[in-house]
Write a protein that binds this ligand. Structure first.
Ligand code: GLC
Length: 536
């Protein structure tokens, strides 16, 4: 494909499909029950076979693991649990040999409370690293300096008894927020990016990209609706208008700076931009100027119900706001797996595959979360097996994230070949039919269908073609055309038809019951199709 530049955010990622590897649960090479870098290397052939183009590897840096690696105590190393720096170099080399790109998870909003910067900063008010974090006196009359809350429950401030000051953490107390108004922090991260770029990474997934810069006056956030005792941390967080702690203009300046660092390496900047109500117009600001992030994850499609109008509104609003530069995912290590969200059982699985058919043909960069391709639903955990601090540290029963984090079932072995030891979190009642081994051999399986979907995309989709809707808001079928392809999905509770635009259309991929007639495509429930315009 001619890589005609569509906009400034164009690059090798234009026609790519991504794959998220939650490293702890992907493949364990040494029997300690936790996935690792050599485990990923062993599975690279599987990933190439599946047809993905880039992998995003979640944090593997040295960490006390309070948030399973999202609490980094050394940004330029590898935790022994996950391997060594040599393993990392080998991963890059082996991936590149197979023409797979690798992006790594950068966690700039907060470090671990065990990071040497924080350890030093808490030794005294005058410490030279004190300004790397947000330390504040108590409010007049005592208590936290303001009303900000942590994503994971409770106040966003923890009192350090020794100095009598509080420090800020938008996540766990073990994840103190870095002060991005401090030029020294900015310089430190320049070096961290350069360190990994020199090791040939293909880009960065930026954790909590919406959160870096804070309003330094730290006013209270306005309350949108009253807080009740029975609310989960997520609900309490959503009760506030995060006017002063999230989505500050200064974030973009940081990404512009990083853009100049990554551009000579042809590397991707992909942000996790998780904003309240998923306002696409706010998210689009991170990509629209063409000199900040190349792509931003858009999360509304991970939460939208199986309802035609809600889906239509979600996609239309997102694509109006950012027609080319969003990143899409079905599920993630933070969100419920799609088959469970879409009703569970065979129906939930079919809906997920049908939904992917739509998602993977949208402009932008789609991602598979490990196990999506196997049709895996969430697992149920017993109380004593819960691991996610969101679930274990809150009195209120909450939607912790463990259900989406169980290890991948690979083959017909103890623990399904994930580990020779005891998995760090239960496999969760998987069956042989769930494994990659079984599904690779089965005549029809979720895995083979996903592989075929990816092939169809590669063979037929022009990634530079703009989107035109071929259905309207009141239709049960949601469909769009991009150049010579149409992708459409029936979200209704009944069979439904899609009138086809002029031309000779060929059905090249389908989920569920789909039949092509003259000028019309007939859909059963929960079905989807890709059509290609026959060449004239
Ligand atoms: C992001 C990660 C999540 C983590 C949080 C704090 O949302 O995806 O897993 O807990 O940031 O780093």
């Amino acid at each position: 494909m001619d890589s005609a530049v569509r906009n400034n955010n164009s690059g090798w990622w234009d026609g790519s499909v991504g794959y998220e590897i939650y490293i702890r649960s992907f493949a364990d090479s040494n029997g300690d029950g936790v996935g690792d870098l050599p485990g990923i290397i062993e599975k690279l052939d599987y990933l190439s076979w599946l047809g993905v183009d880039l992998v995003w590897v979640t944090p593997f840096y040295p960490s006390p693991m309070a948030d399973f690696g999202y609490d980094v105590s050394d940004y330029c190393g590898v935790d022994p649990l996950f391997g060594t720096l040599e393993d990392f170099d080998e991963l890059i080399e082996e991936a590149h040999r197979r023409e797979l790109r690798v992006i790594i998870d950068l966690v700039p909003n907060h470090s671990s409370s065990e990071h040497p910067w924080f350890l030093s900063s808490r030794t005294s008010i005058d410490d030279e690293f004190r300004g790397y974090y947000h330390w504040r006196d108590p409010a007049p009359g005592g208590g936290p300096p303001n009303n900000w809350v942590s994503h994971f429950g409770g106040s966003a401030w923890t009192l350090d008894k020794q100095s009598g000051q509080y420090y800020l953490h938008l996540f766990l107390p073990e994840q103190p927020d870095l002060n991005w108004n401090n030029p020294r922090v900015i310089k430190e991260f320049d070096e961290i990016l350069k360190f990994w770029l020199a090791r040939d990474v293909d880009g960065f997934r930026i954790d909590v990209a919406q959160g870096l810069v804070k309003n330094m006056l730290m006013p209270d956030n306005p309350l949108r609706f009253p807080i009740r005792d029975d609310m989960s941390p997520r609900q309490v967080f959503a009760a506030f208008d995060h006017r002063y702690d999230l989505d500050q203009g200064g974030n973009l300046e940081i990404f512009r700076r990083w853009r100049t660092l990554v551009e000579p390496h042809n590397s991707l900047l992909l942000g996790e931009v998780y904003l309240r109500d998923n306002d696409p117009n706010r998210v689009s600001r991170y990509v629209s100027s063409g000199d900040a992030l190349h792509r931003a994850f858009y999360f509304a499609p991970m939460h939208v119900p199986w309802d035609p109008q809600s889906m239509w509104d979600t996609f239309r609003d997102a694509l109006n706001a950012a027609p080319e530069d969003l990143s899409w995912a079905l599920s993630s290590h933070d969100d419920p797996r799609a088959p469970s969200r879409f009703g569970g059982g065979q129906e939930g699985k079919q809906r997920s595959l049908a939904y992917s058919t739509l998602l993977f043909f949208l402009p932008g960069l789609p991602f598979i979360y490990q196990g999506d391709e196997l049709g895996l639903p969430n697992i149920e955990l017993d109380q004593e097996d819960l691991a996610d601090p969101v679930a274990t540290r809150n009195a209120v029963e909450t939607d912790g994230r463990d259900g989406a984090r169980s290890p991948i079932p690979w083959r017909n072995d103890p623990e399904f070949g994930f580990t020779t030891g005891t998995p760090w979190i239960p496999m969760g009642g998987r069956s042989y039919e769930d494994t990659a081994e079984y599904q690779q051999e089965a005549e029809s399986s979720w895995l083979m269908s996903y592989k075929q979907l990816l092939e169809t995309r590669k063979d037929h989709l022009d990634p530079t073609a703009p989107l035109q809707w071929v259905t309207a808001r009141d239709s049960d079928v949601i469909g769009f055309r991009r150049g010579g392809t149409i992708s459409a999905l029936n979200v209704g509770v009944d069979d439904s038809d899609l009138p086809l635009p002029e031309g000779e259309w060929e059905l090249v991929f389908q989920v569920g019951e789909v039949a092509i007639g003259t000028g019309v495509l007939a859909f059963g429930v929960n079905s989807a199709a890709v059509l290609v315009l026959a060449s004239q």
